[in-house]
Design a protein around this ligand. Structure first.
Ligand SMILES: Cc1cc2nc3c(=O)[nH]c(=O)nc-3n(C[C@H](O)[C@H](O)[C@H](O)COP(=O)(O)O)c2cc1C
Length: 202
């Protein structure tokens, strides 16, 4: 088993759902690994360390149907100086919407990155309703898949998986509405203000 580089691509790294998914992954991973978060902004040193790794695991959220800008910066740095050892690339991507398929365009972006750098795209776990899992008993559903992913990476076998909150769309919408209305209340923002296109009075 080679060494694994795990990259957290979330701009909220220390408080991110991606961090919870990384921790759950690590409970099933027994090999050597390194961790990096794109908010550290030390891309060159991470790319240097990546040369010693056989595998790269990118864990990140979907932002506006694409990749968060900090992760884009890292990938651009890697494109300018593609890893000579061609690590195998694996993904754990999570999005706010219920459907894991919302992540597909972002997954294709990573596939394109792999084509351009010559790194093989190997495994992927797409998570729908990714905000909900870490704080609920449903997290076990993701944990099981992350363990499978860890086993597949260590055996060098590709695996493609997806998972979503086991809720109907109606229930999910109700729970999401309740969550955002409570958040609004906490910040003194009304439902009408949240529904308006006006930003800070402009
Ligand atoms: C600026 C922003 C853009 C987002 N865009 C999408 C989106 O296009 N589709 C989606 O399903 N979720 C979207 N989300 C929800 C995130 O993917 C979701 O909150 C995720 O769990 C955040 O993960 P993190 O805590 O690891 O950053 C967005 C969230 C933010 C803050």
């Amino acid at each position: 088993m080679g060494k694994l580089m795990i990259i957290n691509g979330s701009p909220r790294a220390p408080k991110s759902n991606s961090r919870h998914y990384i921790q759950a992954f690590l409970s099933g991973w027994s090999g050597p690994y390194e961790q990096y978060s794109v908010v550290e902004k030390k891309h060159a040193s991470c790319l240097e360390r990546l040369e010693q790794c056989s595998d790269l695991l990118l864990v990140f959220p979907l932002y506006t149907d694409a990749l968060p800008s900090g992760l884009m910066e890292f990938l651009q740095a890697a494109l300018a100086q593609p890893p000579a050892n061609k690590p195998k690339v694996h993904l754990v991507i999570n999005c706010g919407f219920l459907e894991p398929e919302q992540n597909d365009v972002a997954v294709d972006m990573i596939r394109l990155f792999c084509e351009r750098t010559g790194c093989p795209f190997v495994s992927c776990l797409r998570i729908g309703g990714g905000e909900g899992f870490p704080s609920t008993p449903f997290m076990g559903m993701v944990r099981r898949r992350l363990k499978k992913l860890a086993a597949a990476i260590s055996r060098g076998r590709p695996i493609q998986m997806k998972v979503s909150m086991p809720l109907t769309k109606g229930l999910f919408r109700k729970a999401a509405n309740r969550y955002w209305l409570n958040r609004g209340q906490a910040f003194g923002v009304t439902q009408a203000q949240m529904s308006s296109l006006e930003i800070e009075g402009r």
